[in-house]
Write a protein that binds this ligand. Structure first.
Ligand code: FMN
Length: 202
């Protein structure tokens, strides 16, 4: 597949078929992920795959919990929240055969001074986000769908994801990526802004 095709076909997929994703496919995604640039060459990322029924159920519930918190935070009316809850818990939105949780290790640092705490964290998170985009583009090539889940970073939820992954507090969650074969039509979303609106030459 041409890179341009993968870039233009990638879109957030939130409904998946039950058909499993093979370990070989997961490996191919992570091989693509770790080709991303990584600040100071640190590679302080970790990709934890939730594939067992038990772990998947827990992560799916945590995503549902986070989404509900998000809908409340953006002041959606209760009626609408109820409908969206139904889409998640009855419609199976976000229910996937595999979830990849991407973590970074805060203790693995290149610049050690306190004054670099923020920038080191930002660089690590940015590196992991670039890895996630590589993974998402590779998924398109393999006929798989993905969506970036950020709500699992909400307080009280991130800790549970870390616990489920069996990791210590030095590991910060960057995102959770449900992966599976898309259920229904995949239609890339239009952008609200044109190139002319977001491009400036100086
Ligand atoms: C950092 C980040 C966090 C996101 N968190 C969520 C999320 O928690 N739940 C969700 O359904 N989509 C989430 N998304 C997906 C965006 O909603 C989506 O990318 C955006 O609406 C554009 O649509 P597209 O990906 O189909 O082009 C997130 C995307 C990014 C980059």
């Amino acid at each position: 597949m041409e890179l341009n095709e993968a870039i233009n076909l990638r879109t957030s997929v939130r409904y998946f078929m039950e058909e499993p994703v093979s370990d070989g496919e997961i490996r191919a995604l992570i091989e693509a992920a770790i080709r991303a640039p990584t600040a100071s060459g640190l590679e302080n990322w970790l990709f934890v795959v939730f594939k067992s029924d038990e772990a998947r159920e827990k992560i799916y519930e945590l995503i549902g919990e986070g989404m509900e918190e998000y809908y409340r935070a953006v002041n959606l009316p209760e009626e609408k929240i109820k409908k969206l809850r139904g889409r998640i818990f009855e419609g199976g939105m976000f229910r996937a055969p595999a979830y990849i949780a991407v973590f970074i290790n805060r203790d693995v640092r290149f610049l050690k001074g306190k004054e670099f705490d923020d920038v080191e964290f930002l660089w690590s998170a940015e590196s992991a986000a670039l890895a996630i985009e590589n993974l998402m583009l590779k998924a398109v090539e393999l006929g798989l769908g993905t969506v970036y889940i950020g709500v699992t970073n909400f307080r009280g939820i991130e800790e549970k994801v870390r616990e489920l992954a069996g990791l210590g507090e030095e590991w910060a969650l960057v995102g959770v990526i449900p992966v599976g074969r898309p259920r229904g039509e995949v239609k890339p979303r239009k952008r609200k802004k044109s190139v002319d609106e977001v491009l400036r030459f100086v």
